[in-house]
Design a protein around this ligand. Structure first.
Ligand code: PEP
Ligand code: MN
Length: 357
């Protein structure tokens, strides 16, 4: 971590960057309101921090032993913003440290008619962003893989339906990108690029997606610790893209026998993430529980725990849904959930409990 003096010149900054790059590392430069910070990315043992500390304009240069630095609160402190939090903006929608943002839509895009109708329904229910998977990660190769899974042409057509649906109802769109081959195409259409739980560990995919410069929704792998979630989000930040939205979606249940829920929703991860990083975190109660009857309670619990938003699967006819029918709420149920969450958020605000630790 190299902290520049408040009066450091551009020439001073460039000299430090040259030193970092000359040592075989990359330099991530963050220009704060008060000062700039340069984060060397790579094997830091190769950089002579003592030498860097003597360069003109350098206030402090030291190795920081932590798996994540660029997204950490400690780092924000260097920028003169103690307790800083980030709001990820998608047009006029802001995720983080404000009203909870609701992402809703079907698990999978099934047809143009279905996604357009769902866009209208979720908009009416009060959602802010439309979701819908084009490629579905499935346990069985014999299951429906998503309307975009057949060919690049199928994928592009499905993406265009999702975009048309979003545009028609003024809703930004988010879809999961699977496989590096699809990154460019998905980036052309969506407002937020979603990396699914199963791909959280795919650092090559993370890097490619990050380079598109669009906001990234990174879901926690169901076997990952919070530290791993944060460490892997650092791969995105290291590409200079800090528009990262984290998502808690449940971890593997413990014990033998029936667990009653698809996964176990780790609610404590929300305030923990808020203490560790300035990035926003949302919750997906749909995949976490796998049960429609639990979505209302888990949504309320998530907002109470400080979640910056929710991602909820919804379908006008859950029984007819091609994927994840049992966890889909109807648009009417979605509206109830959103209304309740708004009330809860207002109550927290009245109690003075909405600002982060
Ligand atoms: C999804 O949101 O469509 C999804 C498949 O979720 P996850 O990656 O969390 O399983
Ligand atoms: Mn699903």
């Amino acid at each position: 971590m190299i902290v520049m003096k408040t009066d450091a010149t551009e020439e001073d900054i460039q000299r430090v960057i040259a030193e970092v790059e000359g040592s075989g590392l990359r330099a991530v430069v963050i220009r704060g309101e008060y000062m700039s910070v340069i984060g060397p990315v790579g094997d830091e043992r190769r950089l002579d921090f003592d030498k860097v500390a003597t360069l003109p304009g350098v206030k402090e240069a030291a190795r920081v032993e932590a798996p994540y630095k660029l997204i950490g609160k400690e780092y924000a402190r260097f920028l003169g913003e103690p307790g800083a939090h980030k709001r990820v903006s998608i047009g006029k929608i802001h995720i983080g440290n404000g009203e909870p943002v609701i992402i809703a839509g079907p698990c999978a895009v099934e047809s143009k008619q279905q996604i357009v109708r769902m866009a209208e329904e979720v908009k009416k229910a009060g959602a802010h962003i439309l979701r819908g998977g084009i490629f579905k990660p499935r346990s069985s190769v014999h299951s429906f893989q998503g309307v975009g899974a057949g060919s690049a042409q199928d994928a592009e057509e499905a993406l265009s339906w999702l975009k048309e649906a979003g545009d028609a109802f003024d809703l930004p769109i988010v879809t999961e990108v699977r496989g590096e081959a699809m990154v460019d195409m998905v980036a052309k259409y969506v407002d937020i690029m979603h990396i699914g739980a199963r791909n959280m560990y795919d650092q090559d995919l993370l890097v490619q997606v990050a380079q598109k410069g669009k906001p990234v929704l990174l879901k926690r792998h169901f076997g990952a610790s919070v530290e791993e979630l944060l460490s892997f989000s650092e791969y995105i930040a290291a590409e200079g893209n800090k528009d990262i939205i984290l998502c808690e979606r449940g971890i593997v249940p413990v014990g033998k026998g029936k667990s009653y829920t698809r996964y176990t929703l780790d609610l404590a991860a929300i305030p923990v993430v808020h203490r560790e990083t300035y990035l926003p975190i949302i919750v997906d109660p749909s995949h976490a529980t796998g049960r429609r009857d639990l979505i209302f309670d888990m949504s309320c619990a998530s907002i109470s725990a400080g979640a910056d938003g929710l991602m909820i699967e919804s379908h006008y006819n859950p029984a007819e849904a091609l994927v994840d029918g049992p966890q889909m709420v109807t648009p009417d149920e979605l509206k109830d959930i959103i209304d309740a969450c708004k009330t809860l958020y207002r109550t927290k605000k009245e109690l003075g409990r909405t600002s982060r630790a």
